[in-house]
Design a protein around this ligand. Structure first.
Ligand SMILES: [Zn+2]
Length: 218
């Protein structure tokens, strides 16, 4: 990352606090690969909202236990916000109170497309919505509703991890099964075998396709 990019990134993370139109209610998206610090950034923003005495509701998708997400956010004065695990975006609407000012959602890539309507509706009624999620899957393709959320958001921050192969900024989730790059068609849920993930850049990311193996054999 060049020095100028680093400065821009730092500035954009501060800008979210500057985003005050004349009316309340907007959407912020924090996206990027695993290990890029999305959840830390979501916790940072949530903590600041709690310190500012905003009424905050935190949610996390609990579809997949491999992704830990936020459980509890505690501030220095002991104020605590528990993240409510949800299966469906509609559960957010049920849990939000009329006086809720800030709604945060972690691991949003696992939620149905309805999260876009929920975020839009909440922002329309004056709620600051902060959504964090992985924007690309292990194949490097758009993940769930994240691309649409990025399109309807006022503020998007795309964070990077560091490529474990070459040290460049990483924008891909490398899935490994038994230590080898997972094929394109590998099942989303693994039965047997050990799978793991690491951060890689575009050039070091590997997703072997079936026909590649066949071509090699020919
Ligand atoms: Zn790399």
């Amino acid at each position: 990352m060049s020095a100028s990019t680093a400065i821009l990134t730092a500035r954009s993370l501060e800008d979210e606090e500057m985003f005050h139109g004349t009316k309340p209610g907007w959407i912020e998206v924090i996206c990027g690969v695993m290990f890029s610090g999305k959840t830390e950034e979501l916790i940072r923003r949530t903590r600041r909202a709690v310190i500012a005495k905003k009424s905050v509701k935190a949610f996390k998708s609990h579809l997949d236990d491999r992704y830990d997400g936020i459980r509890t956010i505690t501030t220095h004065d002991g104020t605590c916000v528990d993240a409510i695990p949800i299966n469906s975006p509609l559960e957010i609407m049920e849990a939000v109170a009329p006086d809720t000012q800030v709604v945060t959602v972690d691991e949003a890539q696992f939620l149905e497309r309805g999260i876009v309507d929920v975020a839009t509706s909440l922002a329309g009624r004056g709620v600051r919505v902060i959504v964090a999620g992985t924007d690309s899957d292990f194949r490097g393709e758009p993940f769930g509703a994240m691309p649409e959320l990025m399109a309807v958001a006022e503020v998007v921050d795309k964070l990077h991890a560091i490529c474990v192969k070459c040290g460049d900024p990483a924008c891909r989730n490398q899935r490994l099964i038994d230590g080898k790059p997972a094929p394109y068609d590998s099942p989303i849920i693994m039965i047997g075998g050990t799978e793991s993930y690491e951060a890689r850049c575009r050039h070091c990311h590997q997703v072997p396709r079936k026909n590649e193996h066949q071509t090699k054999l020919l």
